[in-house]
Design a protein around this ligand. Structure first.
Ligand SMILES: [Zn+2]
Length: 61
């Protein structure tokens, strides 16, 4: 149990820093999938994921 918690948790400092930036709208985006076809929108989109908070965003091309 202890090992798993230790592995999952980031250092408090790092966590706080990330939250502050994410709350301000400065997410650390990375490309999850390039040019994925979004059926709902009927368009090709690039899926971005924030490396800190895990938020995902679809960016239209
Ligand atoms: Zn974020």
């Amino acid at each position: 149990m202890g090992e798993i918690l230790k592995f999952k948790k980031k250092s408090p400092k790092e966590k706080h820093k990330g939250k502050t930036l994410c709350r301000s709208g400065f997410h650390k985006w990375r490309v999850l999938t390039e040019k994925k076809f979004d059926v709902k929108q009927g368009k090709l989109v690039t899926v971005l994921e924030c490396q800190r908070c895990g938020k995902r965003e679809h960016k239209l091309i």
